[in-house]
Write a protein that binds this ligand. Sequence first.
Ligand code: PEP
Ligand code: MN
Length: 360
Amino acid sequence: MSDVPNRMQELRQALSDLNREILDLVGRRIALVDEMRALKLANGLPMYDPVRESRMFEALVEQGQGILGEAEIRSVFRPIFEISLAHMEGRASGDLRIGRRPGESDRVLNIKGGTIGVPGSPAVIAGPCAVESEEQLERTAAALAGMGIRFLRGGAFKPRTSPDAFQGLGIDGVKMLRAAADRHGLAAVTEVTDPRQLEDVAPLTDILQIGARNMANYALLQEAGRTGKPVLLKRAFAATIDEFLLAAEYLAKYGSSDGGIILCERGIRTFERETRFTLDVSAIPILRQKTALPVIADVSHAAGRRDLIAPLAKAALAAGASGLMLEVHPCPEAALSDASQQLSIQEFQQLLRELNVGVF
Ligand code: PEP
Ligand code: MN
């Protein structure tokens, strides 16, 4: 009995020694990771490699020799891998990849000669809700270019509430958008709703849009991130700001951080029925506090009615949005989708005049 305390002392000492060894080993692992970071940077490779990560887990589970169960092995190594990845990505573990670093100024994207993210110089992404015809796009693109607008939007894969509503022209519509944008020197912005569209759509567009209904489509976020294209991510209408940021974090983790991410507040669902959604103006400064990414507002989908576009656009810019998304159609009453919120070209020009943006 009397040597129990002695044995305990020995065990405690041995455990403490092992702790130090483990710490030393983790430190050595981090040193290797830092070297890997430099190599990946030099070769333009993504920091996160999910295949490699799952192979490392599998090897560890196989080599576990029955001392620890699979779940235990994974829970020992998961935080080690997480800390390693954070080092590789040059951030503190637990910090958002898209988080604003202390003192970091706003990130600015330059796309096809247009800039997004300069406070006080709002970017305007305008165009029809849906691509409907070459003529519709030509009239819109020519007018926008004449007003100094640099970004042409148009949905070709439309996420519609009813399966019987116009679903968009698909890849043919994307090609029309590309051609109209090219004729007028504009950047093209179009929505993708399914990872399978990316192979064809990504090369034809300058900014991929992920819409409110797909904000939490994590497979789509991963694949869109992997294309390395800039992504305009819209807030889902029932998502908290944190959920929105974590969706953007998927893009950054899988590769978009260098290509660029644009956050878009587009209204959330509340009990109010006068408007289609409620533009969450406070989300704009909050997002800008938490990240340095460009934050824009789509006031067309928020309002759902054209008479509120101007006041909401002013409110969004006053709250710090560095851009606006606006639906513009040469003949809104004939639009195949969102007819009640699209501005005519004349109304759009009047709005630019009121906002003192572009050439009017
Ligand atoms: C759109 O911009 O075409 C669209 C469908 O918007 P949201 O995803 O915000 O509803
Ligand atoms: Mn629309």
